[in-house]
Ligand binder design. Sequence first.
Ligand code: SF4
Length: 363
Amino acid sequence: MATRHNWTKEEILEIYNKPLMELLYEAATVHREHHDPNTVQVSTLLSIKTGGCPEDCGYCPQAARYHTDIEGNDLMSVGQVKAQALRAKASGSSRVCMGAAWRNVKDGEEFDSVLEMVRSINKLDMEVCCTLGMITENQAQRLAEAGLYAYNHNLDSSEEYYKKVISTRGYQDRLDTIGNVRKTNVTVCSGGIIGMGESADDRAGMLVALSTLSPQPESVPINALVPVEGTPMEEQEPVSIWEMVRMVATARIVMPETQVRLSAGRMQMSREGQAMCFFAGANSIFAGDKLLTTPNPDVNEDMELFKSLGLNPQKAFEKKTQPESVSAEESQYQNLGEKPKWSRPEHKIERNLEAQQKAKTKV
Ligand code: SF4
């Protein structure tokens, strides 16, 4: 089946709501046409700067305005990151994804340090991904030149539901950052979260937004919300495994070439549930005992699961060649000291405001 970029919400909903056995069969067939079904890519997510974020994402324990138990930390050093990357490589990861709790990247010392981290991981012959918030075209070019393989920037949900989750930036800002990444040779990783109170319609809306991008993202993480005490979504009911399987299978069918990644929420899934997601077309996971701030299965457990299912970790650069890494001294790009105007809609989201209020009483 050729990749289509004109999926409609109605078509996607029809797929999502199919009888489960039919949906699984169709997704597994598409999966086999485009991928080796026994290979799964393993990424390690590393929080290089934790907490204290100025944004108000309703699902996130790192937002400074909510009161959660996470331990914040300033930007890690290049040496610390390299040591963690070596550990990740030794335990079977082919990719390191570095996450910083920033609204957007600011030119300066910290960004220069992140560029060095990218260079040092690229030298370890691992794929390097960053998730640093909104970036300009120049920043994307500088990351590409340092040897970045992928940039993660999630759309989170449908454009309509996004307004009920975040008020400090708009959906178009997300699309603009993805557009900036697309002007380079860096691959795009963009997905979302289910279980935030959105409808099936919103889930389909998110898949429309992702699948109509041309090219489609090379990787799409599907997260199940992990409700954290103190965040506006602390009382959300967990999603069922069936919803997760449906979401993975639908993403696989509408984005056949993409690597669909099982991300947050795997702790709540049984081994059988995860196996069903792999059958439905998931071919990537996040490894490591923590996903930014929330718990994740132990890497040994993952490797045991792989062994029982006959799955093999994907080697680095199997899908695309290793990007070259240019040193800071030889860089063609300058620090432009840009101050882009990302939007600040600041519409009211009652549950975010309530959580903020509650946090004030706890401090
Ligand atoms: S999801 Fe990212 S941008 Fe939003 S509050 Fe958390 S760290 Fe900040």
